[in-house]
Design a protein around this ligand. Structure first.
Ligand code: NAP
Length: 332
């Protein structure tokens, strides 16, 4: 069946106790938008609590972990797990609990009246509560090599991938708090961390700047951009260009971390819920947005931790908040 098609009942899983989910259904207790660790975890908790739960996963389910290789820091996997495998397991676990999952993209929402409406190109779904778990995407530099070497030396998360680069030289691109924090963290592993920044002043907070400027393992390349990434199977060289002199230099490196900001996936929620000046969902109390009955979880709100485990924990919190909200609404 085509993803997102509203058709006949579909067997959702090959597990011991498969659940049949009716994909013609459009009315749910809880609609979860997004299928990263927060969305799937929210699905597991909501379904297990007895709520009729729908996850609209988008066209490429699994979130940022689908573009990750080995995950060494998700508890419970002594020998690590591949990012895509972790997401497949979370999806199956959610389905086993009874969550209906439809791989379709949400194009619009109406949170002004209840039940809330969530629309895909072909269908209109209703939920008594909605959990927004659409995540955020790291900004990309837009170089060809960036795609070619993604997961082969190019990374967007130092906490996740830093330990893979022990005793190697590393480039970090960016001049904000993320870049400086990641560069400082990476000095635990790397022999040298080269920060490549397009200006001659950092955007990062003073205290973080000073820490990095005083770190002997960090070398700054001001007014510079990475214009090419080269390698055989993995990243081996970064070609830098000084934007003032046009001089080009080649750095022999093992890894390149892009830390030029994130973009939260919140375009469809503009004018529906409160977002901050960078588009992140503003939470009022735990996982509650400013609209009663609409909750958010994971990187769509969290710009600080951005880990699979914290996103999953946020999903759990949102599901518990939804349970309380629906139970209390029923009593009114
Ligand atoms: P950010 O503050 O937006 O900084 C992005 C950096 O990347 C800037 O230095 C920017 O250069 C550069 N950049 C943007 N696009 C680029 C491009 N196409 N090519 C090259 N460089 C580019 O993003 P962030 O560092 O991820 O931080 C996001 C928010 O989270 C901030 O509010 C930050 O304070 C917060 N944060 C806090 C902490 C902490 O307190 N521990 C840690 C991480 C993040 P320009 O400076 O020239 O614009």
């Amino acid at each position: 069946m085509m993803s997102g098609e509203a058709g006949a009942a579909v067997l959702e899983t090959n597990d011991d106790k498969p659940k049949i989910s009716d994909k013609t259904k459009t009315k749910f207790d809880v609609v979860i938008i997004g299928a990263g660790p927060s969305g799937y975890t929210a699905g597991i908790y909501c379904s297990r609590a007895g709520y009729d739960t729908l996850i609209l996963s988008g066209i490429l389910p699994g979130g940022q972990l689908v573009n990750t290789t080995e995950v060494e820091n998700y508890p419970g996997f002594e020998n690590s797990i591949m990012g895509p495998d972790l997401m497949i397991d979370m999806r199956k676990q959610s389905q086993k609990m009874g969550t209906t999952i439809i791989d379709d993209e949400v194009v619009d929402v109406d949170f002004r009246r209840k039940p809330f409406k969530v629309l895909t190109a072909s269908e209109e779904y209703e939920g008594r509560a909605v959990i927004i778990a659409t995540g955020a995407n790291p900004r990309k530099m837009g170089l060809n090599g960036e795609e070619t070497f993604a997961g082969k030396g190019v990374s967007y998360c130092a906490t996740c991938d830093g330990p893979f680069f022990r005793n190697q030289e590393i480039v970090v691109v960016g001049g904000g708090d993320s870049a400086i924090e990641e560069a400082t963290f990476l000095t635990k592993f790397a022999t040298t961390v080269h920060i490549v920044h397009r200006r001659d002043k950092l955007r990062a907070s003073k205290v973080m700047q000073e820490r990095a400027l005083n770190n002997e393992k960090i070398k700054f390349h001001w007014d510079s951009a990475v214009i090419d990434i080269k390698g055989d199977q993995k990243v081996q060289q970064a070609i830098l260009k000084n934007l003032k002199t046009n001089e080009e230099t080649t750095l022999e490196i093992g890894g390149l971390f892009v830390a030029i900001g994130h973009t939260p996936n919140t375009k469809i929620f503009e004018n529906q819920i409160e977002l901050d000046d960078q588009g992140y969902v503003v939470l009022k109390n735990s996982t509650h947005t400013n609209v009663e009955g609409i909750f958010a979880a994971g990187d769509v709100h969290d710009r600080t931790y951005r880990q699979a485990i914290t996103a999953a924990a946020f999903g759990c919190m949102a599901a518990i908040d939804v349970d309380k909200y629906i139970s209390e609404s029923a009593e009114k």
